[in-house]
Design a protein around this ligand. Structure first.
Ligand code: HEM
Length: 159
């Protein structure tokens, strides 16, 4: 699976342990969101199973796994469309990112600092883009590939 890192490094998807751990993280994340005083309002009636699956597929693809979100769920354009007009505040963005970090713990994702720094980097980037794109009248990038995230400046510590 192609990634943005040097050849020979595992993808973040592989390091995470594949789809099941990511599914556990997203499930726990949305369970927390449903009970959250400032985020629950984005999902009236709760977060559907379909939404949870789509977002899991998005994360898997971004982290270097299968391209299911692009192949079956509409790719970048569909993800973008879901955020336009939400008018996400800085406080909501921060809560979203902090909650995902807790959900990664809940799901027992690898806890090594290099892996966690990489996924928090993606979260910080992604939530800031989502917030900017969600402002009323925002000039959005309408077409783009689904991003691929890598280890960045801290490659995995492999002993
Ligand atoms: C790293 C940051 C983010 C990622 C990866 C992400 C991912 C996604 C994806 C993939 C979808 C579309 C699901 C589908 O195809 O059905 C979606 C929808 C949505 N996201 Fe995000 N999102 C991010 C940030 C945010 C933030 C910061 C908020 C609000 C605080 C938010 C609220 C929503 C809402 C309300 C929907 C639409 C639900 C619906 O109408 O079905 N997202 N998100």
């Amino acid at each position: 699976m192609g990634g943005v890192d040097e050849p020979g490094l595992p993808t973040l998807y592989e390091w995470a342990g594949g789809l099941d751990p990511l599914r556990r993280m997203i499930d726990s994340f949305y369970d927390r969101v449903q009970a959250d005083d400032i985020l629950a309002g984005f999902f009236p009636g709760g977060v559907s199973q379909g939404h949870r699956e789509h977002v899991t597929d998005w994360w898997a693809e971004v982290l270097g796994g299968p391209t299911t979100y692009t192949d079956r769920h509409g790719g970048y354009e569909s993800m973008l469309r879901h955020h336009v007009g939400l008018d996400i505040t800085p406080e909501q963005r921060h809560r979203f990112a902090a909650t995902m970090s807790l959900a990664a713990d809940d799901a027992d994702l690898p806890a090594d600092p290099e892996f966690r720094a990489a996924i928090i980097g993606y979260l910080e980037w992604g939530t800031r883009l989502a917030m900017e794109n969600s402002r009323p009248g925002a000039q959005v990038v309408e077409h783009a590939p689904t991003p691929r995230w890598g280890w960045g400046v801290a490659p995995p510590y492999q002993g």
